[in-house]
Design a protein around this ligand. Structure first.
Ligand code: KG4
Ligand code: ZN
Length: 342
């Protein structure tokens, strides 16, 4: 089966063609394009939804044309379309959803609506080896931080998630407090790598929220407040900025890994999955690899370019859940709560 997928939930306009053979479980990528309007949002320190939506409209059709060309496919060879219907920015989502509906109608193809947060996890099905069930999965992006137990492709149980800010949001807000441009996650990651805790004992300590709480929930909003308080008491922030970003990264990743470990202990999975934009973080990757080694449970973490938003993951999800909705039922619903999809 070959699927043409579209993802426009935020500031990326992405299209991809993916394929899965009936005899195989893994997903093959025939082509993938990601056009980003990220640079336009740097001066505003965050995404202006109206600006992002206009850029989506500019790139959408060329992106679809390009992936069909690169895959060397005629439209007749595409079996179905898939599109992100949420969560995300309404203006951006509408561009992808309306494009997909129109193409589905014009080409007379089925259309599969996809939740892009859960689809992040499907980056783990691309590659030679694929995860075994049951799997404990951490989806960690700019607006979501969720732990999920996957018994199969159709039996997914939400175990816990953030009660306030997402991990990516926390990276972004802390970076902003420290004067780094948007998006802050990659900036913090780069800057933190320059700090060597063995050379300089860190003077700064941030809380690890809900670390000892028995739940599988997270809470990150207090971290930025704690950081702000410390910054307000330092005279020359530039002198300790590396130490601060290092501690921000340690605090966020400590909590993510501790909760993942708790879920692993509780559910003894056959694989551990980590995906979403924050999974691009090198320190998080190191810590979850250590967890996987300690428990001897295989870890699946996508290559960095498949961690952030892309259409490959949308198509991959659809290959395993190919039940289409009639186009008129596909609404762009940015408010869909995570427990509605599990
Ligand atoms: O999944 P994603 O691309 O978009 C959403 O669905 O939100 O995730 C974006 C988030 C942003 O908060 C960004 O700062 C964070 O992922 N991120 C990172 C890194 N790369 C992206 N956070 C920490 N370290 C990184 N290297
Ligand atoms: Zn995402």
């Amino acid at each position: 089966m070959k699927i043409l997928a579209i993802e426009t939930s935020c500031d990326e306009t992405a299209a991809a063609v993916v394929e899965k053979r009936d005899s195989e479980e893994r997903v093959m990528v025939l082509s993938s394009v990601v056009a980003s309007s990220l640079k336009l949002h740097v001066p505003t320190g965050g995404i202006v939804p109206e600006v992002a939506a206009r850029e989506q409209a500019k790139y959408m059709v060329p992106a679809v044309q390009q992936v069909l060309e690169e895959a060397g496919l005629e439209v007749s060879a595409v079996d179905a379309l898939a599109v992100t219907y949420g969560p995300g920015l309404i203006g951006s989502l509408l561009v992808g959803v309306e494009t997909a509906k129109t193409l589905a109608l014009a080409w007379d193809k089925p259309l599969v609506p996809v939740n892009h947060v859960v689809a992040h996890l499907y980056a783990c099905w691309i590659g030679e080896t694929i995860p075994a069930f049951p799997a404990v999965a951490l989806a960690v992006s700019g607006n979501h931080t969720d732990l999920v137990l996957m018994q199969s492709h159709t039996d997914m149980r939400w175990l816990g998630g953030t009660r306030d800010d997402a991990a990516g949001e926390c990276f972004d807000k802390c970076a902003r407090i420290l004067g780094f441009p948007y998006p802050g996650g990659p900036e913090i990651s780069r800057e933190a790598a320059k700090f060597n805790p063995n050379e300089h004992a860190s003077q700064i300590t941030l809380p690890r929220p809900l670390l000892h709480d028995n739940s599988l929930d997270f809470s990150f909003s207090g971290l930025k407040t704690a950081l702000k308080r410390q910054v307000d008491h330092v005279e020359q922030v530039e002198q300790v900025v590396q130490e601060m970003v290092y501690e921000v990264q340690e605090a966020i990743t400590d909590v993510l890994v501790a909760k993942l470990e708790r879920a692993v202990e509780r559910y003894s999975p056959a694989s551990v999955l980590v995906a979403g934009g924050v999974a691009a973080n090198t320190r998080l990757r190191e810590k979850v690899q250590n967890l996987s080694d300690a428990y001897q449970i295989p870890l699946f973490i996508p290559p960095v370019k498949l961690c952030t938003d892309n259409a490959v993951t949308i198509g991959a999800w659809a290959l395993f859940h190919p039940t289409p909705l009639p186009p008129e039922k596909v609404h762009a619903n940015p408010g869909l709560a995570v427990d509605e999809w599990v």
